[in-house]
Design a protein around this ligand. Structure first.
Ligand SMILES: Nc1nc2c(c(=O)[nH]1)N[C@H]1C(S)=C(S)[C@@H](COP(=O)(O)O)O[C@H]1N2
Ligand SMILES: [Mo]
Length: 387
């Protein structure tokens, strides 16, 4: 036999239950650490770190994919090294910060009723995007830095577009919560050492992550970089390798030549001896990988501009540098006028006093100032000039 249920009684029953639950939750989360002041402090720090990550991330994206009107300078030499180091170190140090913030505010997840009005629903929607997007950025970023791709999408595209969602949600959320941030300027209500201790612990955790990773790009702290997958000074010819020749399917063949074609007055086909016969220049430049590590090395070879001048090019041409590598996203890169005019931009034949090893791009690789590592093309075989 089915019992008839009076819907009004049922609703009253549910209301009473939920009120009871809300009261229970409130008693569970009485800790000072879940209060608004702590959350606001952590929010300010997250606002700063996500802004740094967003801006430096856009720099990296638009250096690699510049719209036709955008031209990047080739100086300061180490600018990209700095911005990308900041991006990755800041992102890593943000992980404990975000976890602390989520722990501080998670009682709000169970607020009852879950939606009170349209405005409240919109606000919670923004927070949902912010939390979900932030976790996504930090987790995929961490995996990428460690060369681990357990997800079915392409990292850079997903990381790039999610950044706009997160930053948009962050701006709305910050505007919405600004009153609480302003409240931080008022003297705090009397409380014990717990909150200050909690914030100090979080700062310590962030600092520890930063100190154990920053050595991947700041050489004096190289020995401390236990969390970094690549370290300056470690690798063949004292330089890390991202993509090996084996992984790129490149072997040490014979009869290599460098061809220069496209918008040139004379096409060139140069042997290695032809290049060695040209004026040799030595430069000290870093490889600054998108994944955050960077390492300086001493490179020797011919200036890209000398080769292009020999082919007879106009001042405003662009150059596509192509690798022997058959497939792969990073087998070519674009060199714009500021970079190929720069006397530091070389087609390098040697690194740290030795001919390039195959893993570093033998027989010839591009090395230029202020440029992401992915654009320092190895195993160069062709220069395609365009107007
Ligand atoms: N042809 C080719 N060049 C390439 C790559 C590649 O995959 N293919 N990887 C790039 C990346 S991501 C970096 S960081 C640098 C690393 O140079 P290194 O291995 O000599 O340190 O090479 C770049 N040049
Ligand atoms: Mo890289």
């Amino acid at each position: 036999m089915l019992r008839r249920v009076d819907p009004r009684r049922l609703i009253r029953r549910i209301d009473a239950e939920s009120e009871h639950l809300t009261r229970r939750i409130a008693t569970v989360f009485t800790s000072r650490l879940h209060d608004e002041r702590t959350a606001a402090w952590l929010g300010v720090c997250l606002g700063v770190s996500f802004t740094v990550a967003f801006v430096t991330g856009l720099v990296s994206h638009f250096m690699q994919h510049p719209p036709s009107w955008m031209v990047w300078p080739s100086r300061p030499v180490g600018l990209y090294r700095l911005t990308q180091g900041a991006h990755v170190i800041c992102g890593m140090a943000t992980i404990p910060l975000l976890l602390a913030k989520l722990w501080t505010v998670y009682p709000k997840l169970w607020q009852w009723p879950p939606i009170r009005s349209a405005a409240h629903a919109a606000r919670r929607g923004v927070v949902f995007l912010l939390v979900g997007g932030s976790l996504f950025q930090l987790v995929t970023g961490l995996f990428n830095v460690n060369y681990w791709y357990p997800f079915p999408f392409f990292f850079t595209v997903a990381h790039y577009w999610t950044a706009y969602v997160v930053f948009g949600a962050l701006l709305i959320h910050a505007a919405d919560e600004w009153a609480k941030v302003r409240g931080l300027r008022r003297p705090p209500p009397p409380y014990g050492p717990s909150r200050r201790g909690f914030l100090a612990t979080v700062a310590g955790a962030c600092g520890l992550v930063a100190v154990t990773t920053v050595g991947e790009t700041f050489t004096p702290l190289g020995d401390l970089a236990v969390l970094a997958p690549r370290r300056p000074g470690t690798g063949p010819q004292r330089l890390p390798v991202n993509k090996t020749a084996l992984a790129a399917g490149v072997t040490r063949g014979t009869g290599w030549r460098l061809t220069v074609t496209g918008a040139v007055r004379h096409e060139l086909s140069l042997s290695l001896d032809d290049l060695r016969a040209m004026p040799r220049h030595v430069v000290r430049l870093p490889i600054a990988c998108v994944e955050g590590w960077s390492a300086e090395a001493t490179w020797a070879g011919v200036r890209l501009r000398d080769v292009l001048r020999a082919a007879g090019v106009e001042d405003d041409v662009r150059v596509r540098v192509e690798s022997l590598e058959k497939a792969g996203l990073y087998r070519t890169s674009q060199v714009d006028p500021p970079h190929w005019h720069d006397p530091l931009t070389l087609l390098a034949l040697e690194v740290n006093g030795e001919p390039l090893s195959l893993d570093h791009g033998y027989p010839c690789r591009l090395i230029a100032p202020d440029r992401p590592g992915v654009m320092q093309t190895k195993w160069v075989a062709r220069l395609e000039v365009s107007r």
